[in-house]
Ligand binder design. Structure first.
Ligand code: C2E
Ligand code: CA
Ligand code: CA
Ligand code: CA
Length: 278
């Protein structure tokens, strides 16, 4: 690291200082946001086809920024990941999600979503104590392990043995494992043999042009076969139209998520089913 610093000093690049300064600013803001309640979870329905009844929800983070308004995670998760702040943010949102899910179970009974998903970043997965954090959160909130799914990407799983060990241990305790953005990383299919997967989340890019039939729909179609053959649940992501929902249903998809069924909101309503064209 010392060598690197020297190299940097020799070739002075002002943009690096600027970036460091901006990262420090963002880090301070994000930390303050966590401490002052300006971060909050929103929940997007995952529905069963063809009726569109909500059977699960995915938890997504939002930042209510004093100047910028509500900021999406694409702008701050990568930074939080780089700086390590994601470990704290992740533990916080996991807890918020489990508290909420337990409350829904208590108040809605049969109408409560059966499962809540929480995104977990690579950095969290390799952090010592991650499985303990998850198990302690479940114990504290009283949420049964099978009611929680953690969504991980292929990249996260590739970060090494510790990530895989964590997934196996959580899975042994009954926590469900979802592979997120499936099909967009490297050697996706091979992963299915080593990772204890329950749910494949088929990436939006394979859903976008599905109604065109032809080449555009081949991958979505192949992935439902794979998940069936392996006994996994498949969730089609990013469904925006009735036509897409219809094509997916006829392909064999039983679960879907997307703006057509519901946008992420702080306070979703579970008893209203959105009819699909299927
Ligand atoms: P993701 O896990 O793939 O989440 C799905 C993203 O697609 C969400 O964006 C969601 O709002 C959006 N989406 C859902 N349906 C549709 C649709 O029909 N059309 C379109 N165009 N988009 C749709 P969001 O909330 O901005 O999150 C972006 C990414 O940030 C997430 O992608 C996830 O990777 C990450 N993220 C969000 N919350 C968390 C979190 O709490 N922890 C971690 N580690 N990552 C998070
Ligand atoms: Ca996700
Ligand atoms: Ca996804
Ligand atoms: Ca994504």
């Amino acid at each position: 690291a010392a060598k690197e610093r020297r190299g940097r000093a020799l070739r002075y690049r002002p943009e690096l200082d600027e970036r460091a300064a901006e990262d420090a600013r963002l880090g301070a803001q994000l930390r303050a946001a966590l401490d002052t309640g300006r971060l909050h979870p929103v929940y997007q329905p995952i529905v069963e086809l063809p009726e569109g009844r909500t059977v699960a929800v995915e938890t997504l983070m939002r930042w209510d920024h004093p100047d910028l308004g509500v900021v999406g995670p694409a702008t701050f998760i990568p930074f939080a990941e780089r700086s390590g702040l994601i470990v704290e943010l992740g533990a916080w949102i996991l807890r918020a999600a489990c508290v909420q899910a337990a409350r829904w179970r208590a108040t809605l009974g049969e109408d409560a979503p059966r499962r809540i998903s929480v995104n977990v970043s690579p950095r969290q997965l390799t952090e010592p104590g991650f499985t303990e954090t998850v198990l302690a959160t479940l114990a504290e909130t009283g949420l049964p392990a099978p009611c929680l799914a953690i969504e991980v990407t292929e990249t996260a799983v590739f970060t090494g043995g510790r990530a895989l060990d964590a997934l196996h241990e959580l899975h042994r305790h009954g926590v469900r494992i979802a592979l997120d953005d499936f099909g967009t990383g490297h050697s996706s299919l091979g992963l299915l043999q080593t990772v204890p997967v329950d749910i494949l989340k088929v990436d939006k890019s394979f859903v976008d042009n599905i109604a065109l039939a032809g080449r555009e729909s081949v991958i979505a179609s192949a992935l439902i076969e794979v998940s069936r053959g392996m006994g996994l649940d498949a969730v089609a992501e990013g469904v925006e139209t009735a036509e897409q929902a219809d094509v997916l249903y006829r392909m064999g998809y039983r679960y879907a998520q997307g703006y057509f069924f519901g946008r992420p909101t702080a306070d979703p309503v579970f008893t209203v089913a959105v009819p699909t064209a299927a």
